[in-house]
Design a binder for this molecule. Structure first.
Ligand SMILES: NC(=O)c1ccc[n+]([C@@H]2O[C@H](COP(=O)([O-])OP(=O)(O)OC[C@H]3O[C@@H](n4cnc5c(N)ncnc54)[C@H](OP(=O)(O)O)[C@@H]3O)[C@@H](O)[C@H]2O)c1
Length: 330
């Protein structure tokens, strides 16, 4: 068996990204107990950082990127799974320290996998992907905090991106009113199609602001970090919550403690990569229950492995919308 895959290589002088055929015995050198035939992977922001060599995502070389995968078990030495089972992989260091799923086959730990939820197809699972599963973790955290639709608007940054799009779909379905912060303020058709009625230009959040500003948001989902996250905290209503899951603007957090000690707001960090299995299963069940799966096709585009390097660069340049599903067999 040969697996067509994206292979990233780096030495002291050069970085390369190529499509290559990987032999089975090479693949089986990864730590694992389960061989998965991948049907679809997806391109997340983190994959884009790895493929374009823009951020320090890859920590072992050579690396097959791909933090997401869905497919069928070929064989597993674990009793949990039988050959032919459909499963999902999200994160766990795949594409960072372990070969990932932008490949026709992946050798993985069975403890990392979750069964494909009933009601979600393999293609829909990758339209959702890590971005959508992270959106679910954010929305669940906001609900756990006690925020109800009556309390006010929810701000979502990077609104046309993967996390943003799925968060909008979930919250709209649950009856919340959303304000979308987007850099594509002159072209809001995509967001209107998802049900958004209120927009702000993400530039208004991007620079240093006052420690306390007009209270506007009952809660927020932020994928940007940096000044944007600081301003969002400063604009959140008394007792509200801000879920922080991304760094598309920057990794820094130039804020003051004022919103926390004077308005009692909560800043909740959201991590999808190492989240425990029960939390993942609950998030995927939440997605299966609350997402309008017919709407998913509006946010997903299918691409091939060959198209990944170009799209990865577009993602880093902030020029894309929605989710990219990679048909690894195309
Ligand atoms: N914590 C976790 O476990 C976790 C999981 C998934 C993702 N993430 C992180 O969350 C972030 C978003 O992920 P994603 O999958 O939604 O990515 P994505 O699909 O590429 O979307 C990111 C969106 O952010 C906006 N954006 C991009 N670059 C920007 C910049 N330089 N300044 C301001 N806005 C920018 C754009 O939206 P607009 O044009 O609409 O503004 C873009 O569509 C990334 O940092 C990713 O690493 C974290």
């Amino acid at each position: 068996m040969l697996a067509k895959a994206i292979l990233l290589e780096k030495n002291q002088t050069a970085f390369s990204c190529n499509i290559q055929n990987i032999a089975e015995d090479e693949l089986l050198q990864q730590t694992g107990d389960t061989l998965l035939q991948i049907q679809y992977s997806s391109l997340n922001y983190k994959d884009a950082l790895a493929i374009t060599n823009t951020g320090p995502v890859v920590r072992q070389w050579p690396m097959i990127p791909g933090i997401d995968g869905v497919g069928t078990i070929i064989h597993s030495s674990s009793k949990q799974y039988q050959s032919g089972d459909s499963v999902i992989l999200n994160g766990w260091g795949c594409g960072e320290t372990h070969w990932g799923c932008l490949s026709q086959y992946a050798y993985l730990k069975s403890d990392w996998l979750i069964p494909l939820p009933t009601g979600i197809s393999t293609q829909q699972a990758m339209i959702i992907g890590t971005a959508g599963y992270t959106a679910a973790l954010c929305v669940q955290r906001i609900i756990e905090h006690g925020i109800t639709p009556e309390q006010g608007n929810i701000l979502i940054t990077g609104a046309t991106g993967g996390v943003g799009s799925v968060a909008i779909m979930l919250l709209t379905q649950l009856g919340y009113t959303i304000t979308a912060a987007t850099s594509k303020i002159n072209n809001t058709d995509y967001l209107q199609q998802l049900g958004v009625q209120h927009f702000i230009d993400s530039k208004t959040l991007a620079y240093a602001g006052k420690p306390l500003q007009k209270e506007q948001w009952a809660a927020a989902i932020d994928v940007l970090g940096s000044h944007s996250l600081a301003n969002i905290c400063a604009q959140t209503q008394y007792g509200g919550i801000v879920t922080a899951c991304g760094l598309a603007q920057g990794m820094d957090f130039p804020a003051t403690v004022a919103p926390f000690i004077l308005r009692g707001i909560t800043l909740a960090g959201i991590d999808s990569v190492m989240a425990a299995l029960p939390k993942r299963i609950a998030a995927w069940d939440f997605l299966a229950k609350h997402l309008n799966t017919d709407q998913l096709q509006h946010i997903g585009q299918i691409i091939s492995l060959n198209e990944c390097p170009k799209i990865a660069q577009d993602i880093i340049n902030g020029q894309t919308k929605g989710r990219f599903i990679v048909d690894v067999n195309r």
